[in-house]
Design a binder for this molecule. Structure first.
Ligand code: PMP
Ligand code: GLN
Length: 453
């Protein structure tokens, strides 16, 4: 894993070598200016969430865009947070242990120890972070060196690419392809799959890590054991790390099963598993996440964290710990929130799917997570002339939908690398983790639009 320093390769890339990327040396005039940004942020300035959440708010749209529940977290976690902040223990308002509040890391070690069939050291194998975002960021900063290659499965949660670039790494993309044909298109996210030979061809001696995301954002695909096995075998064979983003781990539908790649043979030793209390307890604003893996790897993430964020809000960590404590006592039983959540969201998914089908749209039915994607190519909407010729069709469509119909969604090409965006511009992503009244408002818009077509 630590087999190379990649110094020579890094230098070649800094000089604009054949695989040149964000780290090329700018002209001297640029380097001299005190106003210039650092090279590592060149090319990563645009952000889909900033652009579309602002627009959704401006037009007061029915918001199926950004992925967050617009309903409350369960009573027991809200009560826990309020008990923590109003209680007598003044230390709940002060700094806590840098790598994770003791009650939280202990309960995470117990829970994930059971799920992974692996003994987990709460003080060595876990890092609590500011949401899963920071877990991803510390992982890339700590493990990816100049010139290292990181395999990313396309489409992908958009921050992976800029985070790899900011670490000096080079992204190598491999697509999930729909298995259908034009007359019999794929209907479910399970029909989007990797080609094992194509995946194998992406592993080189420069590959440092592969990023996995299951359940998947934006497709809603839940990777099957056989699919994970293929990835795991390649990781073991090539001594490559797996950064496994499992923030939607509890949200799986239709009897599908979420399998943790770290539980497959040989994989605990080379996987960083990332989770989010935001998604687990429907409290995305709390921004509590974690990375779990063997201390040998985790200690490097801890180094980045101690020198940047240092620690996550104490009260939020304690409330999440109390939430998990309650869940551990009832796990698998109908009163468990983690039992109820996927059932509740499956109903919302079904409702949105039925509505989309009734207005002649073609959703890809998700097996898990917060989102579904829907094909817009057959709608034949005439869009106004683009201000920017380069803007992909789905961006223009999503903007038109906000402005003229009052409904916010996210263009799916935002989940593709810049070079591939134009080829995948015929889907939009809808979030169904919304109050029934919001889904009803979206249904009304879609049905009225359908009638006027
Ligand atoms: N990974 C994926 C796949 C996501 O969809 C998100 C957004 N919630 C994150 C990571 C970041 O999670 P958090 O809100 O806990 O930072
Ligand atoms: N993960 C959420 C989504 O995909 C939110 C992302 C964000 O707000 N940056 O919508």
């Amino acid at each position: 894993m630590w087999r190379r320093t990649a110094l020579s390769l890094g230098r070649r890339q800094l000089q604009g070598g054949p695989r040149g990327h964000a780290n090329q040396v700018p002209p001297a005039s640029f380097r001299m200016s005190h106003k210039r940004p650092a090279r590592r942020i060149l090319g990563v300035e645009k952000n889909i969430w900033l652009e579309f959440t602002e627009m959704a708010a401006k037009y007061k749209s029915v918001d199926l865009g950004q992925g967050f529940p617009n309903f409350s977290p369960p009573d027991f976690v809200r009560q826990a947070f309020s008990d923590v902040v109003s209680g007598e223990d003044c230390l709940m308002h002060q700094y806590t242990r840098a790598f994770g509040h003791p009650t939280l890391v202990k309960i995470l070690a117990k829970l994930y120890g059971q799920l992974l069939g692996q003994s987990i050291d709460p003080f060595g194998d876990i890092l609590v972070t500011v949401g899963a975002y920071e877990a991803l960021f510390t992982a890339f900063q700590a493990l990816v060196d100049e010139g290292d290659e990181v395999i990313i499965i396309e489409p992908f949660f958009d921050c992976y690419e800029p985070m790899v670039k900011m670490a000096g790494g080079h992204c190598v993309f491999v697509p999930l392809r729909p298995k259908g044909t034009p007359d019999k298109p794929a209907l479910s996210s399970g029909e989007w799959a990797l080609d094992p030979d194509e995946l194998a061809s992406k592993f080189t001696e420069r590959t440092k890590a592969i990023v996995l995301n299951t359940p998947h954002n934006p497709l809603g695909k839940v990777f099957k054991r056989e699919e994970l096995q293929v990835i795991a075998e390649l990781c073991v064979k090539h001594d490559v790390l797996c950064i496994s983003d499992e923030v939607y781990e509890w949200i799986v539908f239709d009897g599908n099963e979420h399998i943790k790649i770290a539980s497959l043979p040989g994989m605990w030793a080379q996987t960083v598993t990332i989770g989010s209390a935001g998604k687990t307890f429907s409290a995305t604003g709390w921004k509590v996440g974690w990375a779990i893996g063997p201390h040998r790897i985790l200690k490097h993430l801890q180094t980045v964290h101690q020198n940047s964020v240092y620690h996550t809000a104490t009260a939020a960590q304690e409330a999440v710990a109390r939430g998990f404590q309650r869940e551990l006592d009832v796990l698998g039983r109908p009163e468990s929130y983690l039992f109820q959540l996927p059932r509740q969201l499956q109903e919302k998914r079904n409702r949105l799917v039925e509505c989309l089908l009734s207005v002649g749209m073609r959703p890809i039915i998700p097996e898990g997570g917060y989102f579904l994607i829907v094909d817009i190519s057959a709608l034949n909407v005439e869009l106004p002339e683009p201000a920017d010729e380069e803007e992909p069709y789905d961006y223009r469509f999503a903007k038109w939908l906000i402005k003229t119909k009052g409904m916010a969604t996210i263009p799916v090409s935002a989940f593709y690398s810049l070079g591939h965006r134009k080829d995948f511009a015929s889907y939009i992503r809808l979030c169904y983790v919304k109050e029934d009244s919001t889904l009803e408002a979206a249904e009304k818009i879609l049905k009225e639009w359908h009638l006027t077509k």
